[in-house]
Design a protein around this ligand. Structure first.
Ligand code: MOS
Length: 708
């Protein structure tokens, strides 16, 4: 309770403010909003992975009912060829500019008609022919085009004498791990409605960063950013797929200008697979050396990922190796293999998640070879300071996560030997993995007006992609202003509300909470006559400390119990427990829901998700939910997520973001549990029936006939 007798809202587990709208179906998502004069664009995508468009014959299509016309490279307006995105110039963004095809799924035309059905029918009547050229879409670490990845996130680690420490080690694990290409599956597919008025461009777009997307779109159209207005009120999931200026938005804006009508482009589920970037496949070699007592001497993590020839991208897999454990020698390397693919896209803990699978599996393998408890090995190697930079930790409650998790999970009762626990036909095992995720705040601008009626209008270009950010920021604003939440009028999801990083990098809510807190402070200093509205606005750019003395991360310890059917190779996760250290928790109800969602994403990655490309065509053969499996309700066990007491000293309110840490360690924990159940290490994701049966069941059969 504060001085005014108001109970603090931060720390209260309140349901999300728009929950009722959502469950009653009255929350308006982009495709729900009516618009006078609206017409519909249907995207047509390239079917070759490399080549040229020979011809697009639209004779039949243009004669079909309701068709207004078609945009392709012959009549589309010129876009800025030098537009840049998160990682630098991105030549996939200018669309319909030339006949060259650089990847299968490249948009080649947009058919526009009065109804979506008419547009779709006409699009299917287009006759597009190509001159195909040889393509390269097969990823491997041994690909000759492999090169060092961008170091935009800083140099890779290189401390100590790696080879000498490996040579002096009692045990050395040297293994290669694979994770597949994975595709985005947000509940709401990408959709945009765009229109032009008096030279300004307006769009409703399902995205997770209206402000930064307005910057990219303005650059594409050679416009001032202030003349591009993007709104995203309710968004049905993002997971990284909507941090980008998507094909739906670029094409809708082009068509709205060309046809002088508002245009909606809604991607089908299949089109999301083809035209929205995927998490790239990775191949990772991990070498770890340790003494007989379990002390690590050497860590070498070399991760390679698939890249596009059109843009830089970073799948930063090497974060865990530089953060989780101490060792006198640590080297990380990150490599990219440019291929004829759409540029990859951030996805659910980019880099950290596939990186964690490889690294935390390898750590488990060290424990296995030492016949040591894997939790004990992890506790033994906790670093007092950051092992690579030597900087102190900001807050690091990982040991508490381990200890509290172990207690709740019943780890002490675990028989460390693999393949000894059986229930009927099933093998049962448990495993653990840790994760760290880099935390911080990005610059953001907030504006707060103390209205004459006693309410406060809080304007910030935040995104709520289903996380509950709206509800969390109302609580933050109320506490910062010392008033009840009923007096806060929060406006978000609009590029006109000021510079904002959007919901990404686990920093949306911390960045916006920081800006709101500082703005509230400024406003309280200004308040005078209560009958007159007063406004304050703060841009946190100068307040962000880009080089803090302490290293700032969130942490998790994830525990998993699995069963494996040796006859079918079927792995079922029976139990997941995640203990998290994420700073001060704003709203435990929403935070727990988000972390459980992240853990389900990790379960999905561990057991199901795999995009498959046909090597002959380079095309995805799994471009829908029949071919691409994600966890369904029946796959999800009782999952617990909870927090240890924590406070982030670098944040004015003690917060850290938790958007991605739920995802990060889960796949490794499950893989380690599968090893414990079966005695067989799964180094390739997903641990599908086919993969597991080849190793586990063949061993069982060998045992049965006495050859094992
Ligand atoms: Mo995220 S994968 O930073 O939206």
């Amino acid at each position: 309770m504060n001085a005014n007798g108001i109970t603090a809202a931060v720390g209260e587990p309140r349901p999300r403010v728009e929950g009722r709208l959502k469950v009653t179906g009255s929350a308006a998502y982009v495709a729900d909003l009516p618009m006078p004069g609206l017409v519909y664009g249907w995207m047509v995508t390239a079917t070759v992975s490399r080549g040229r468009i020979r011809d697009i014959d639209a004779t039949d299509a243009l004669a079909m009912p309701g068709v207004l016309g078609m945009l392709d490279h012959r009549n589309a307006r010129r876009l800025n060829p030098d537009v840049a995105h998160h990682f630098g110039p991105d030549r996939s963004l200018p669309m319909l500019q030339h006949e060259v095809i650089e990847y299968a799924g490249r948009p080649v035309a947009l058919v526009v008609a009065e109804t979506p059905e008419q547009a779709r029918a006409a699009a299917s009547a287009l006759r597009v022919t190509y001159d195909a050229e040889p393509h390269e879409t097969a990823f491997s670490m041994n690909h000759p085009a492999i090169r060092p990845a961008s170091t935009l996130f800083g140099p890779e680690a290189n401390i100590g004498d790696l080879e000498a420490e490996l040579a002096a080690s009692t045990v050395v694990v040297d293994e290669v791990y694979h994770t597949p290409e994975e595709n985005h599956s947000a509940m709401e597919p990408h959709v945009a409605t765009a229109w032009w008025k008096d030279g300004d461009l307006y769009a409703l777009d399902s995205n997770q960063a209206p402000f930064s997307i307005s910057q990219v779109l303005a650059s594409l159209f050679f416009m001032d950013r202030e003349r591009v207005h993007i709104r995203a009120e309710h968004v049905g999931g993002g997971f990284g797929a909507k941090t980008i200026c998507g094909a739906q938005l670029i094409l809708a804006a082009m068509a709205a200008e060309h046809f002088e009508r508002p245009v909606r482009v809604a991607l089908t589920r299949q089109q999301v697979f083809l035209a929205i970037g995927s998490r790239p496949p990775t191949e990772q070699r991990v070498r770890i050396g340790a003494d007989a007592d379990g002390r690590l001497r050497a860590v070498h993590h070399h991760a390679a990922f698939a890249q596009s020839t059109l843009a830089e991208y970073i799948e930063w897999c090497t974060e865990q190796a530089r953060t989780l454990y101490a060792a006198p020698a640590i080297r990380t390397e990150l490599s990219a293999v440019p291929l004829d693919l759409l540029p990859p896209c951030t996805m659910r803990g980019p880099g950290a998640t596939p990186g964690s699978f490889a690294y935390e599996s390898a750590i488990d393998e060290v424990a296995e070879r030492l016949q040591m408890d894997p939790l004990q090995l992890r506790l033994l190697n906790q670093p007092a300071v950051s092992p690579v930079s030597g900087r102190p930790w900001s807050t690091r409650r990982l040991v508490t996560c381990f200890e509290e998790g172990a207690r709740r999970f019943g780890w002490a009762q675990r028989d460390p030997r693999p393949r000894v626990r059986r229930e009927g036909n099933l093998l049962v095992g448990t495993g653990v993995a840790a994760a760290a995720f880099v935390a911080g705040s990005f610059p953001a601008t907030a504006t707060i007006t103390a209205e004459a009626d006693g309410t406060f209008s809080v304007k910030i270009g935040a995104s709520d992609i289903g996380t509950g950010a709206r509800t969390a920021l109302i609580a933050v604003a109320a506490d910062a202003l010392g008033v009840g939440t009923e007096r806060i009028r929060l406006h978000i999801g609009d590029s006109d509300l000021g510079a904002n990083p959007g919901a990404g990098g686990s920093r949306g809510t911390t960045s916006c909470a920081f800006a709101i807190t500082e703005t509230a402070k400024a406003l309280r200093e200004k308040l005078g006559d209560p009958a007159r509205p007063v406004t304050a606005s703060v841009d946190t750019t100068p307040l962000i400390n880009w080089q803090p003395a302490e290293e700032r991360n969130t942490y998790s310890a994830v525990f998993a119990e699995v069963t494996v059917d040796p006859a079918t190779g079927e792995v079922r996760v029976r139990r997941l427990l995640g203990m998290f250290a994420v700073g001060r928790v704003i709203n435990a109800l929403l935070a727990r829901s988000q972390l459980i969602g992240g853990m389900i994403g990790g379960l999905s990655m561990a057991l199901h998700e795999e995009s498959v490309r046909d090597p002959l065509t380079g095309r995805l053969v799994t471009a829908d939910w029949a071919g691409y499996h994600i966890s369904a309700h029946a796959d999800v066990p009782n999952i617990e997520a909870d927090f240890v007491a924590d406070y982030e000293p670098q944040d004015p309110s003690g917060f850290n973001g938790l958007g991605e840490i739920g995802n990060t360690g889960t796949a490794a924990a499950i893989a380690n549990a599968v090893w414990h159940a079966t005695g067989t290490r799964q180094r390739t994701l997903p641990m599908s029936l086919g993969r597991v049966i080849e190793t586990v069941a063949s061993r069982d059969r060998q045992e049965a006939i006495g050859v094992a």
